[in-house]
Ligand binder design. Structure first.
Ligand code: BEZ
Length: 219
């Protein structure tokens, strides 16, 4: 079990079956951003709504150079049938891979198993995989880890928002404030000295020496 995956860790490689065939993870994501997000089980209500939402938002992730990969602790055959249900119920057409992880091999590698909830057990008495989100950059470095319990569905728009924040902070020397969405002002990174800040960001607004806002060029 990985156990020690942190922001800044190399994303572990794995090979696994999926609804689109065998996936070598590192090969598949080569040169792209990637989001690996896990699900406890196929044919479950919250997961069905989540996958439909991710499927509908996939073009937005693609625009940002992000490949989506779901993972669910069931087989490829099961995923295939479930994907038809997801389309019927949500109108979302899942085209990205859903990793088949019935034995929790990838879930253990990515520490996607919780241990606090003893009722969190699936049909075959294995611990359920929780709802984890790993955002991985083109250097295969883990940049964001988010974990939710089975009872709480994620917010696909929020995950898109944090991709925008990561990509903006990689491009410019900035950070993004609370509830930021693209188009709003950002915070100049504290590592940028006062003179450089004025040069880099002509519309700099200094609220405090440590809190300096600027607009970003519109994409
Ligand atoms: C769900 O997706 O609805 C779910 C999955 C596993 C346990 C509980 C709920």
């Amino acid at each position: 079990m990985a156990g020690s995956l942190r922001l800044g860790s190399q994303a572990p490689d794995f090979t696994a079956d999926s609804n689109v065939g065998k996936i070598g993870f590192h090969n598949y994501i080569e040169g792209s951003w990637a989001i690996l997000f896990s699900h406890p089980q196929d044919f479950t209500p919250v997961c069905t709504t989540e996958l439909g939402a991710f499927a509908k938002l996939e073009p937005e992730f693609t625009k940002r150079g992000v490949k989506l990969l779901g993972l669910s602790a069931d087989t490829t055959e099961s995923h295939g049938t479930w994907i038809k249900d997801i389309a019927e119920v949500t109108g979302g057409n899942v085209q990205f891979p859903i990793i088949a992880d019935p034995d929790r091999v990838v879930a253990n590698k990515y520490d996607m198993i919780d241990y606090q909830d003893p009722t969190n057990i699936d049909r075959s008495s294995l611990p359920l995989t929780i709802r984890s989100v790993f955002i991985i950059d083109p250097k295969k470095i883990i940049r964001i880890i988010i974990s939710y319990p089975a009872s709480t569905g994620r917010n696909a728009t929020e995950i898109l928002r944090v991709v925008d924040s990561l990509q903006a902070s990689d491009k410019y020397k900035i950070a993004t404030p609370i509830d930021w969405v693209p188009g709003q002002d950002v915070i100049v990174a504290n590592s940028v000295k006062a003179d450089e800040a004025k040069q880099l960001f002509p519309d700099l607004r200094i609220i405090k020496p440590y809190l300096r806002y600027t607009a970003l060029p519109q994409a």
